[in-house]
Design a protein around this ligand. Structure first.
Ligand SMILES: CCCCCCCCCCC/C=C/C(=O)SCCNC(=O)CCNC(=O)[C@H](O)C(C)(C)COP(=O)(O)OP(=O)(O)OC[C@H]1O[C@@H](n2cnc3c(N)ncnc32)[C@H](O)[C@@H]1OP(=O)(O)O
Ligand SMILES: NC(=O)C1=CN([C@@H]2O[C@H](COP(=O)(O)OP(=O)(O)OC[C@H]3O[C@@H](n4cnc5c(N)ncnc54)[C@H](OP(=O)(O)O)[C@@H]3O)[C@@H](O)[C@H]2O)C=CC1
Length: 293
């Protein structure tokens, strides 16, 4: 399959396991050989692409999410292709569950080499209408949950005197991304946090980076109205959605030795969307529609 373009299909969004098993990659097949990688959101659209790519590059993937069934289905498909993967159900918002997760992985493998935080999400709503519960759900998932994973991993690396590296999947925060202000607040927090601990944890040999995807076609889009989704290809000057594979390869760059001198960075994978483009996750209000176009 060609590298760039998402196949346009109406039945489902994103890439299937069969497609991910074969998708061409620029990375060497041993780029992540014998590394143990913890991946939250591993059964989601972007996480799944990361899981397949990283396992195909030689890593053992520990995929994390709340739904054991989805995780097990993914790891079965991966191990059936001779790849190394295991599933661990946990809610990243539960700090104790995160601690148990890392203890288990460390006991099983004796090491963790990398952490990719892809678990996250939000719902579209004008900010003025956010309920306290809705605001807290998004902050808890995207900021607190990501932090519990980062801090727990870092403590294990410090205590075991092992190097580590973290990649946090965020969103592009520069324009504001209208209709998901709660998520922009949380992700801005993650970016700031990552820059800060990239410095604090450099003496521990821990690198911390973020990847900020633009519109990447996944099943996660189903939370947005069809009218809003229809406009996503126009959110960037390439006038199309990106593929989960584009995000996965950006993560592989940062998580493998190719990223050895990169820390505290946010790598934007949005087809130029932060330079030109406009996204309303709630649909564009009449006030902003240019009547001349
Ligand atoms: C400028 C640069 C150009 C870039 C262009 C980019 C274009 C990109 C466009 C898309 C941007 C981002 C896309 C994605 O991230 S897609 C993939 C992510 N996946 C998801 O978002 C999954 C769906 N979301 C969720 O699962 C949830 O929202 C949440 C993350 C919060 C999960 O938490 P929880 O399970 O606790 O949630 P609950 O369902 O129990 O709800 C808790 C309370 O939250 C409020 N809520 C939830 N949903 C809604 C809704 N649809 N509307 C309003 N309020 C909602 C509510 O208070 C819930 O409590 P109650 O149920 O008791 O009322
Ligand atoms: N697709 C896009 O256009 C964009 C996506 N992003 C971000 O990239 C990341 C991945 O997106 P994508 O793959 O599309 O989204 P998906 O909705 O497909 O996947 C998100 C995954 O996160 C997991 N998850 C959610 N909450 C929790 C939790 N509390 N604990 C553990 N796991 C959780 C879900 O699994 P389960 O339900 O089993 O727990 C799910 O597998 C998200 O942070 C998203 O916001 C950013 C910009 C654009």
């Amino acid at each position: 399959m060609a590298d760039d373009h998402m196949p346009q299909r109406s039945d489902r969004l994103g890439l299937t396991d069969d497609e991910l098993a074969l998708h061409r990659t620029v990375f060497a097949s041993d780029a992540l050989k014998d590394m143990v990688i913890v991946l939250s959101g591993g059964a989601g659209g972007i996480g799944r692409a990361i899981a397949w790519l990283f396992a195909r590059l030689g890593a053992h993937l520990v995929v994390v999410g709340r739904n054991q069934g989805k995780l097990s289905a993914l790891t079965s498909n991966m191990t059936a292709k001779g790849l190394q993967a295991s599933a661990c159900a946990a809610d990243i918002r539960d700090a104790d569950a995160v601690a148990r997760l890392f203890d288990t992985v460390w006991q099983t493998h004796g090491r963790v080499d990398g952490l990719i935080n892809s678990a996250g999400g939000q719902f579209p709503q004008p900010a003025i209408d956010f309920s306290v519960k809705g605001w807290n759900a998004v902050i808890d998932t995207n900021l607190n949950g990501t932090w519990y994973m980062m801090q727990t991993a870092a403590r294990h690396w410090r205590d075991n005197k092992q190097p580590g590296n973290i990649v946090n999947i965020v969103v592009v925060t520069t324009h504001g991304l209208y209709g998901i202000a709660h998520s922009i607040a949380a992700r801005s927090g993650v970016i700031g946090l990552s820059r800060s601990v990239a410095v604090e944890w450099a003496p521990l040999n821990i690198r911390v980076n973020c990847v900020a995807p633009g519109a990447i076609e996944t099943e996660g889009w189903n939370v947005y109205a069809p009218e809003a989704r229809a406009a996503y290809p126009r959110s960037n000057p390439m006038m199309r959605a990106g593929s989960p594979w584009n995000v996965a390869e950006a993560c592989a760059y940062l998580a493998s030795p190719s990223g050895a001198f990169v820390t505290g960075e946010t790598l934007t994978v949005d087809g130029g969307g932060q330079l030109w483009g406009e996204t309303w996750t709630t649909g564009k209000p009449a006030y902003f529609i240019d009547k001349d176009t």
